[in-house]
Design a protein. Sequence first.
Length: 367
Amino acid sequence: MIVGEILWRLPVKPLARFRSVCKAWNSIISSDPKFAILQLKNSSTVRTCVDRQRVMLWHGLDCSSAFFLEKKNNIFSIQKIDTSPIKVNKASSSSSSYSIVASCDGLVCVLQQIKNEVALVSNSIMFWNPLTRETKRVSDPPTFPPLTNLFIYGLGYDSSTDDYKLVQINIGFENNETGLFQPNKVGVFSLRTNSWRQIQYFPTTKICSLQPGVFINGALHWTCFYKDSPDYHFKVVSFCLEKEKYTLLDITAIDFPLRNFFVGIQVLGDKLAVYYPSNENRSYHLLFNNLYDNSESWTEHTVTLPYGDLYFPVYLLDNGGEVLFQVRKGQFGVYRLRYGTFERLHIRLVRVLCWMDASEAVGGLNC
């Protein structure tokens, strides 16, 4: 169809307006899965051609504090997002906090927690597309009793069913007296069917970080320590969204010091990366794996950073030549892998608690 061929080449913002032109255009833009995939691929290609990369940043305590950090033609800038998925009732006696718990293809999952003076009143999750300003509230999760008040999430795209799936992991615990494990319970939410299902337990209780799972190559990934003998070994847990099965990825070639319990995971470019600080806290070890070629080998980079701060890798820029870091104090910097140099950016935010790749997504929320 000629109209569809033209439309999927357009950016997201005009597409959001063009849905109101007629029913046929709205159906193409909002409901055709092939259109959404073509538009997303085209957006990625255009961003690469014009040397434009963008990351979304979020202040977890204030629902209105969301920003785009953008690099275009080697110049960094920051822009406040002028819309929020949450409408705040300032007259309410309850207090609310908000955080991004997962993201994929520009779709964001926002967790809202409402508390009164005594206890937590409710949790609710919604999908949000910051570019089209669409929101969709997630139905309540399964009613099985929570093990603890700790949850981690992950969001990814199942191409076999054209469905975005949100994975919720309720963190279990180890009984110190008996040594027995209470397994992590897992629920999967389907955006297409607007429903939850409880699936098999997460394969380990010792998850390294409360970071969201990262999505690449059809699967979500988390870091953990896995007890397959008297000792613990570092693993990456991979969850295939199509088969809904777990796989454990081993990194036997790397000797991880267990006292550095924080081991993060991120998708940097088209590679899966794990990272952890050295004992001196002045350098980071970055390990890259290209899952697309089914390689079991990891490439290591040791990144030496200025002393006195805590750094988190956020995003890979310039086709893998630069790593964008968030500094604990709310600042940002770029490490150039080729030259081994670190440059602080003249951009400052206060208490940035979450980040995401701000790919341009279209459709999906009208399922």
